[in-house]
Design a protein around this ligand. Structure first.
Ligand SMILES: NC(=O)c1ccc[n+]([C@@H]2O[C@H](COP(=O)([O-])OP(=O)(O)OC[C@H]3O[C@@H](n4cnc5c(N)ncnc54)[C@H](OP(=O)(O)O)[C@@H]3O)[C@@H](O)[C@H]2O)c1
Length: 333
């Protein structure tokens, strides 16, 4: 069976995802949706897409579309996902899932009710380095987990205007780069974050969202963690680390593809030496689309599910709350 896709939006991430859908096996990129007719037509021409719509209702009525890629601003993810699910379309929704836990839950409920798949654009799970790290941790090679850290520090970036609209963005550094790392720690460690503390950078009114997040984490088995996301550090780190009482694992530059990075590497350090695993540059968007297609064809859930999106939202919101309170917060409360 060929899976027909409809894509919402013609922006930055779409320029990665449209070619990935075109390249994926047994897949057809049937249509794109834009608020502007000319932009829709131009995007369709550039990426060889058959149809261009300016109404979501029209796109969802298209019988050749089985799956919808929701790549709109964060504040629109919930309503568009629910609308697509109600039309019987499977949904791959971009991260962050939605700015509130209630919206995330309503997306999961709608997809369940209408019997369609819900996947999340947490594509770094697809990277072979992170899958290997998950295997290493699960095999007990680090011993008892003591501490994990996720860090992403980048220079100030240009972003579209909606990133500064409270109703559309919901957050800054946390949602721009943080949710991927929150998700990766959960994925690689196979643990949940149960409690957090945080300092959240404050912003002037013209840039209302945080450009700095410094978080402390406690995992469900008692291990500790930390995370730092900054949008003002041009020469900083982009790493994930996991430390146990027998070994340490470092993921170096495994999440820098968006900025033109390489495939990155993993370093496993134990008594007796260091093992280095190197990875070729990989198209995690293509892997994400093929993974989602397999799930639509009946081989189980996608690698990043609605529940994963919900958990990342719960941790993000707990970090915001901890920053506001200047204290610690239990996740999900
Ligand atoms: N997983 C990843 O690697 C990754 C990377 C980047 C972004 N993202 C996520 O993808 C989503 C889009 O981010 P982006 O950076 O690609 O943004 P973007 O360039 O602004 O794209 C968003 C698209 O949504 C459409 N849209 C519909 N209603 C809109 C509105 N009221 N205001 C603005 N745009 C509207 C626009 O298409 P028209 O103008 O043609 O209607 C626009 O092209 C966000 O949720 C973001 O977090 C994920």
């Amino acid at each position: 069976m060929t899976i027909g896709w409809g894509m919402i939006g013609t922006g930055r991430v779409h320029k990665w995802v449209a070619p990935a859908i075109q390249k994926a096996k047994d897949t057809r990129l049937v249509a794109v949706l834009s608020r502007d007719k000319q932009r829709a037509a131009a995007f369709a021409r550039e990426f060889g897409i058959e149809r261009a719509y300016t109404s979501l209702d029209d796109l969802l009525r298209d019988p050749d579309i089985n799956a919808v890629y929701v790549g709109s601003p964060n504040g629109l993810h919930a309503s568009q996902t629910i609308q697509a699910a109600s039309a019987g379309k499977h949904v791959l929704c971009e991260k962050p899932m939605a700015p509130t836990v209630a919206e995330c839950r309503s997306m999961i409920d709608a997809c369940r009710k209408h019997g369609v798949r819900l996947g999340l654009g947490l594509q770094y799970r697809q990277h072979p380095a992170h899958r290997k790290a998950r295997e290493i941790v699960a095999a007990g090679e680090l011993g008892r987990l003591e501490y994990a850290n996720a860090q992403v520090e980048i220079p100030p970036l240009w972003t579209p205007g909606w990133y500064f609209e409270p109703g559309m963005a919901g957050g800054g550094a946390m949602y721009l780069v943080g949710v991927h790392r929150i998700d990766l720690l959960r994925f690689m460690l196979g643990r949940e974050v149960v409690e957090v503390g945080a300092f959240i950078g404050e912003q002037p009114p013209e840039r209302p969202f945080e450009d700095f997040v410094l978080g402390m984490l406690r995992f469900d088995d008692g291990a500790f963690g930390s995370m730092h996301f900054s949008l003002n550090i041009p020469h900083g780190a982009n790493t994930l680390e996991m430390h146990g009482n027998k070994g340490s694992l470092y993921c170096i530059d495994t999440t820098s593809l968006w900025w033109g990075g390489s495939g990155g590497e993993l370093l496993l350090k134990r008594d007796g030496g260091t093992i280095r695993y190197q990875f070729d540059k990989t198209d995690v968007y293509l892997d994400e689309i093929e993974d989602f297609n397999r799930s639509v064809l009946g081989t189980g859930e996608p690698l990043a599910t609605g529940t994963d999106g919900l958990r990342a939202a719960e941790v993000s919101l707990a970090l915001f709350e901890a920053g506001r309170k200047r204290g610690t917060v239990k996740v999900g409360e």
